[in-house]
Design a protein around this ligand. Structure first.
Ligand code: ZN
Length: 484
């Protein structure tokens, strides 16, 4: 099925056609591994996961998906520096080798990140690669040399900058994000990796070495410029190296449009002499928690770990993160999380009921998704509408478990939908596990009943009820069932 996707570059919904018949190439800006990712980050990763799954399941395309790991930037350097409080709370001994410290610190959070993705139903096997920026320093330096050779960069006090004014004479700076040229401060240089739209100015490609910071050697036109890459150059170099330019789709959160993506694009055009880095640029909106911007000071700042510690199932979190269209602000609330959990459980029970009748479905060669659901996914990834149509489909097929054939058909449809949503299990219903304390009370009640101590038997029955279990008496034994 053909897909239509909103493209930040053209500012409209465009028909998606792959540049290369063989495979769809996607680059997603991954995490900066200085801490565990929060819910806002998770929304971006779940959005990209849904995109690549829709391309596979609904579009029928093979996908080559690359997500980078930023393991060198202002924040990773700050937190892995000698004497950092963050290091002390997370890591062991610090070494004298600053690059080794940076690697160890970011390696720790990269592992945490991978574990979070797996909890959220994102499969590691779906990534072609998850490159670390520090493994591509040579490619970044080559790109900087090209940018300088093309006349769009200059050196100042040991650092290298992108010359926005020179670039703007031949190209448009502000293709993804409308830049108010009045804000442009010609000749002003900015070293920070992140800056706001008020600070449009020459941005840093390579930061000169500072004391107590890790650095790499860099020879540029006979000059020695030890230092480290700016954040934006990392994604330009890695995406070119691993996907080739232009590739099909570049994704990220809406906060990355400027400056990160605008600068990535400008660097690619300036140094690789292409007109486009990617044909489609897709951005997901922000996430709020309980109607407010997530912030530590408001007490509504959550990581996936925080929620899991409170007993939340990460797949309920995944479903909650998909409940708004990706281009709308998502209000994550604990009510919506609970509702998602109940809804997910209901559909899971339907799946188990059908498996009881028809057995575990085998993986299908081609999609057996109901057309109306597939059309919703194909319409700029309209997950809320796809979910609504899935519920309609289930309501219309409520009698499916009456026949094996019908049950199989509905199971195949659900399995195909789940190849995108990835929140349900298609393994047989797990055997009921009765907790030991429940079993022990049930045994006591059985003994009381056998001894005809009805008052005690009733008391123990209501105790079981409080624990969520009902006891059914047979002739020689009893059975326990969870209260629904
Ligand atoms: Zn990036």
């Amino acid at each position: 099925m053909q897909l239509h996707l909103y493209n930040t570059l053209t500012k409209r919904i465009d028909l998606f056609t792959p540049l290369d018949a063989e495979v769809v190439r996607i680059y997603s800006c991954g995490p900066t591994v200085y801490d565990v990712a929060h819910l806002g980050n998770m929304r971006a990763f779940v959005f990209t996961d849904v995109l690549q799954r829709v391309l596979r399941e609904v579009g029928g395309y093979p996908v080559r998906w690359v997500m980078n790991v930023t393991d060198v930037d202002d924040k990773t350097i700050r937190d892995s520096s000698v004497g950092s409080a963050k290091w002390r709370s997370e890591m062991g001994q610090q070494s004298d080798d600053l690059r080794a410290n940076l690697r160890a610190y970011t390696g720790h959070f990269e592992q945490e990140f991978r574990a979070d993705l797996t909890s959220l139903g994102i499969e590691m096997s779906h990534f072609a690669q998850m490159p670390r920026a520090t493994d591509y320093i040579g490619q970044m330096q080559d790109l900087i040399r090209e940018i300088i050779a093309a006349g769009y960069g200059y050196t100042s006090e040991g650092s290298v900058y992108f010359d926005v004014a020179a670039y703007s004479k031949k190209h448009t700076y502000g293709r993804l994000f409308t830049i108010d040229t009045e804000n442009f401060r010609e000749g002003v240089r900015i070293d920070a990796d992140e800056y706001d739209r008020e600070s449009v100015s020459d941005f840093v490609l390579w930061k000169g070495r500072k004391d107590d910071e890790p650095y790499w050697d860099f020879a540029l036109n006979g000059e020695d410029l030890p230092g480290r890459p700016g954040w934006h150059i990392e994604c330009s170099a890695m995406s070119k190296e691993l996907l080739g330019l232009p590739f099909d789709i570049h994704t990220g959160g809406v906060d990355l449009r400027f400056p990160h993506h605008e600068d990535e694009l400008a660097q690619c055009c300036a140094g690789y002499h292409v007109h486009d880095q990617a044909r489609f640029w897709m951005h997901n909106e922000f996430l709020e928690v309980e109607g407010k911007k997530m912030s530590k000071s408001l007490g509504n700042f959550f990581t996936l770990r925080d929620l899991m510690k409170q007993g939340c199932d990460p797949l309920d979190v995944r479903l909650t993160l998909m409940l708004a269209h990706y281009r709308a602000v998502l209000n994550f609330t604990f009510d919506s999380l609970r509702a998602a959990s109940v809804a997910r459980g209901r559909v899971q029970n339907v799946i188990w009921d059908l498996i009881d009748v028809a057995g575990v479905p085998e993986a299908a060669d081609k999609s057996s998704m109901p057309l109306a659901v597939a059309e919703a996914f194909a319409d700029d990834l309209n997950v809320p509408q796809a979910l609504a149509r899935m519920y309609e489909y289930l309501a219309a097929n409520a009698d499916a478990k009456n026949s094996k054939e019908h049950a199989q058909q509905v199971l195949n449809a659900l399995r195909s939908i789940n190849n995108v949503l990835a929140v349900w299990s298609f393994s047989p219903r797990p055997a009921l596990v009765v907790p030991n304390d429940v079993r022990s009370i049930a045994d006591q009640r059985w003994a009381a009943r056998t001894a005809k101590d009805w008052a005690e038997a009733d008391r123990l029955r209501s105790e079981l009820g409080t624990l969520g279990w009902s006891m059914k008496d047979g002739k020689d034994d009893y059975t326990l069932e969870p209260l629904s």
